[in-house]
Design a protein around this ligand. Sequence first.
Ligand SMILES: C[S@@+](CC[C@H](N)C(=O)[O-])C[C@H]1O[C@@H](n2cnc3c(N)ncnc32)[C@H](O)[C@@H]1O
Length: 387
Amino acid sequence: MATPAFSEEVPDTAPLAESLSQQIMTHGPMRFRDFMLAALYDSTRGYYSQPSQRVGKQGDFITSVSIGPCFGLILARRLADYWSKIGKPSAFHIIEPGAHDGALCHDLLTEARKNSPDFFQALHYHLIETSPSLRTQHAEKLAADFDGKFSSRSSFSEIQNVTGAILSNELIDAFPVDLIRRRHDQWQELRVDHGDDGLSFIETAIGDPALADFCHSLDQRASYPDGYPDGYPDGYTTEYNPGLRDFAESAGKTLERGLLITIDYGHHADDYYHPDRSKGTLQTYHQHQKSDNPLASPGEIDITCHVDFSRLEKEARLAGFHLLNLSTQASWLTHHAKSWLLELEQTLTAETPHLLRQFQTLTHPAMLGTRFMVLEMEKPATDRDLS
Ligand SMILES: C[S@@+](CC[C@H](N)C(=O)[O-])C[C@H]1O[C@@H](n2cnc3c(N)ncnc32)[C@H](O)[C@@H]1O
C-alpha cells in the first residue's frame, strides 16, 4: 500500500494553507487528492502529524476504538475463533493499518491474554501508522504490558506471506480522494485553485486514465436497464478513492492465508452513486462538528469520505480474497459477542456495566451500530499450506 507522504525537499515552516497557495500559484490548480494528502499527512503540519488529540471525546470525532475496550475485546474473540478454526497455527500475525495511538492493539492483546492464552502465545501484532508522532506513542502505550509482542511500522509492505489477519477501523475513509462533478453531460475533475478569496474549487477536464475509467463505470451504471434513466444531474459530485487498489494488492501480498476485516462507514455502489446522493460523501470534522468546506483550515480539520464497499470487495477479490460477510457493525459485533455475553451472565465484575454500555453504543442503530459496516473477506489456504 502506498504510504501517504507529502514530500518537501526543504521542510517548510509556513502555515500549510500558505504553502499550498504558493504551490498552486507556481504549478497551477492542484488535484484534490494532493491537497487532502497534504492537509492530513504533511510531515509536520498535517492533521494527523500534529500532537493534538484527534480521536475521542476530547478530539474531533469518536471511533469505535475510542468508545472503550469492548470493541477490541470482541475482535480478539473473533480472531481467536478463526485461529482455532484454521488449526491453531503456531504464529498468527495481526496487521493493523491506521493503528493510530495503539489503543485497539492494547485492548485486543489484553483480551487475548486473559481469555485465550494459547492464541496470545501465537500472536504477533504489527501496528502500521503513517504519522511518525503517533508511531512514537505505540511503544509508550504497549511496551510495559506487551514487550516483544508488537512492531510499529509506517507501511506493511515488508510483511509478506504470513498467516493472520489485516484489521482496520476507519482507515480507508482517511485515504486521499479525487473529486469529480457532472457538468453539461460530461465528467469534470475538481481541482484546488487559489484566487483573491483564498482556496477554491475549479472544474477541469479529466486527464488521468484511471479516473476516466471510473467515470466511464458511472456512465455504465446509469445506463443499465435498472439504472438511472435521467442520468446524473448537472452538478452531481462524487469521489474516487485511488488508494483502494493498492490497499487490496498489499493485503494480498501480506497474507498467505487469513482474514481481511475492514470496518468503516460506507455503502454498496448502488447506494453510494445514486443520483440522489448529489453532493457525494466528503465531510470534514472539527470538535465533533461537521462542515462542508474541505478547503478551510488545511491541517486543522479532519477530511474524510465514505467507503465504496463494492469496489473494495472487487479489488480484494482480484487480490485473492473471497467474501465472507458484509454486514452492519451491529449485527457483526452481536454475532461475535455471543460467547462473551453468555459468560457475563455467570461472572459479573465491576467492569461489566461499563463494557455493556460500550457494547450498546457500538451496536445501537442510533449510535454506531448501523453507520458502520464490516467487510470480512478470507484468503484461503493454498495447497502448499495444507501439505
Ligand atoms: C480516522 S483515524 C482512525 C484511527 C483508529 N483506527 C481508530 O479507529 O480510532 C485514521 C488513521 O489512519 C492513519 N492512516 C491513514 N492512511 C494510512 C496508511 N496508508 N497507512 C497507515 N496508516 C494510515 C492516520 O494517520 C490515522 O491515524
